[in-house]
Every structure is written in structure tokens, then in C-alpha cells.
Design a protein around this ligand. Structure first.
Ligand code: R5P
Length: 311
């Protein structure tokens, strides 16, 4: 039997996954003591069950991570047969290598913590770098939001004149695969980061003049990458600039910045719950990955192929 448990990072997504699977969320308390320590109690028997804990480690990253770890610990001690950590957005992923002397590889540490808490497997989506999968020594399925985005483009945009744009060299593989799926050309922004959190456009590789551009990326954090890319693309003659982003981290009034920028539309997925303020923006649209994650959960529970979902 399958059990779905939601921590607090993104309850609407967990509920949508539960709806898709027609499997109600298991009754569980995930709350804070007065001193902010986290307490979890599973109010139903889970002995011998196949349990899926749904929690993005988005902002507040440390609280959400601790909720996940403590919930997994509670399930392990309650004799769940198998525990899958469903982490639609895996935070700390950008700290995946030593960028300087005496700095951590936090993504590896977080992967170790999740395994040590008792998770048997991980289901996640659009990891910042595919190789983070290898930081886990337990089976890890890294879903891609691409099919949901491609479907949206096909339904809403005329195919003519589209140009998919990678906002940096690191995102070329993702953008190329997007371009191939919608039959569009590919351009690349040569982005530099003079310091963490700041980005600068150096060059655009490809002729975007007269094109309707679609920027594709895994994360929009401060929005700097997208706003700078949009300004540079319009400067080079792009007719319009939209962006399809898996994880709307949206720190420091990113949506306010995008509202005032050359970006025409920002489309994010609901791996992270957008704030009430952000969803008021006329430029923001949110796509649901609940059916995709729900289907992956169903397949894991039935020992069916998950990679078939990418075909
Ligand atoms: C970086 O490599 C990522 O793919 C994103 O481009 C980056 O995290 C976006 O950050 P920001 O919105 O702050 O420019």
C-alpha cells in the first residue's frame, strides 16, 4: 500500500499529487515547538507501507530540510517498509563543488543527511546539475519538467519565429533539448558572474533579430539573469522574450524586478509555492508538475519504469 505524507513547504502541491493519485494524504502533524524545534507525529499506522514524503527544500531552506529529515526519521522508527523522499526542488544544489579554498560541498552534505535520516530513495526534479544524482548512494530519480513546458508552448505559441535561448553556457544542454522538442533554433547568452548573486551579459551567440525568444533555465532566483538576458535580447532585435523556469526561487522581490524589466512573461512550475504577492503579477504564470510527479510516484510504487515518462 502507498502512503503520501506532506511536510509544510508546499502543501498545495502535495494535495494536487494526492488528488492525481486518488490517494488521500496521511494524517500527520509537522509543527514547531515554541523554541522553533520541529516535531512530527504520524497519526496513522505506516508499518510495512511504501511511504512517499513530499517536501521541497526551498526557503526557509534549513527549516524545510529539517522537517524532511525529522519526518523520515519518524517513519523509519514507525517501521515503514520503504521511504521515498519526494523533493520537487532540491535546495543547496548550487553548492555542488568547491568554488574556493576552505568552502563546503553543501549539496553532498545534504544528500548524506537525507540518506542518514533513513530515506531509501529520492524522487526529485531538474537538479541544478545532473551529477548531483551521484551524491546519493540510494536510487535517485531526477525528473525533468520539460514535457510540461513543451506542452504549454505548443498550446499557446505559434511555432514560427521561435528561438530558444540558454541564459548561460551551463544551460545549453537543457535549452537544446527544449529547442529540439518544439522544432526551434537555439541561441546562447554568454553570461558572467562578477560576484555571487550578480550577473552580466557579455555576448549573444546566435541571431535573435525578429525572433520571439524563450529563455529556458532551472532556477530564477534574484531574476538578474533573466532581466539582463531579456534586455540584451531586445537590444539585439528580439520581438518578445518569455522564460520557462522549473524552480521559482524568487528571492528579494525578483518578480517586482521582472515586472519592470523587458521580460514579457515568466512561466514557472509549482515545485516551490509562489507567494501570494508574486502570483498577483500579470507577467507570472504557474504550471503544475503535480500530474508528472504523481505519475512518477505511481510508477515507483508499482516498480514500473520512470524513464518512460521522458519519452
Ligand atoms: C545558474 O546557473 C542557474 O541556472 C540560474 O541561472 C541562476 O540560479 C539564476 O539566478 P538569478 O535569478 O539570481 O540570476
Amino acid at each position: 500500500m502507498m502512503k503520501l505524507i506532506a511536510c509544510n513547504a508546499n502543501r498545495p502541491l502535495a494535495e494536487a499529487i494526492a488528488d492525481h493519485l486518488d490517494c488521500p494524504l496521511t494524517d500527520a502533524e509537522v509543527k514547531n515547538f515554541a523554541d522553533n524545534e520541529i516535531f512530527v507525529r504520524i497519526n496513522e499506522n505506516v508499518r510495512g507501507e511504501d511511504v512517499f514524503v513530499i517536501q521541497s527544500t526551498s526557503r526557509p531552506a534549513n527549516d524545510n530540510l529539517m522537517e524532511l529529515l525529522i519526518c523520515i526519521d519518524a517513519l523509519r522508527r514507525a517501521s515503514a517498509a520503504r521511504i521515498t523522499a519526494v523533493i520537487p526542488y532540491f535546495g543547496y544544489a548550487r553548492q555542488d563543488r568547491k568554488t574556493d579554498g576552505r568552502t563546503p560541498i553543501s549539496a553532498k552534505l545534504v544528500a548524506n543527511l537525507i540518506s542518514a535520516s533513513g530515506a531509501d530513495r529520492v524522487l526529485t526534479m531538474d537538479l541544478h546539475a545532473g551529477q548531483i544524482q551521484g551524491f546519493f548512494d540510494i536510487p535517485t530519480d531526477n525528473m525533468v519538467a520539460l514535457p510540461v513546458m513543451v506542452d504549454d508552448v505548443r498550446r499557446r505559441m505559434d511555432k514560427d519565429n521561435l528561438m530558444v535561448v540558454s541564459p548561460d553556457v551551463g544551460g545549453v544542454v537543457r535549452a537544446r533539448s527544449f529547442a529540439k522538442r518544439i522544432g526551434a533554433d537555439l541561441a546562447i547568452v554568454d553570461k558572467r558572474r562578477p560576484e555571487a548573486g550578480k550577473s552580466e551579459v557579455m555576448n549573444i551567440i546566435g541571431d535573435v533579430s525578429g525572433r520571439r525568444c524563450i529563455l529556458v533555465d532551472d532556477i530564477c532566483d534574484s531574476g538578474g539573469t533573466l532581466c539582463n538576458a531579456a534586455a540584451a535580447l531586445k537590444e539585439e532585435g528580439a520581438i518578445s522574450v518569455s522564460a520557462y523556469i522549473t524552480h521559482g526561487v524568487l528571492s528579494n522581490n525578483a518578480v517586482g524586478r521582472i515586472d519592470k524589466s523587458e521580460m514579457d512573461e515568466l512561466v514557472i512550475c509549482n515545485t516551490i509555492l509562489p507567494s501570494d504577492e508574486d502570483v498577483k503579477s500579470k507577467k507570472l504564470r504557474v504550471l503544475s508538475v503535480a500530474p508528472l510527479l504523481g505519475e512518477a510516484i505511481r510508477r515507483i510504487a508499482n516498480n514500473e519504469s520512470v524513464s518512460k515518462l521522458f519519452d
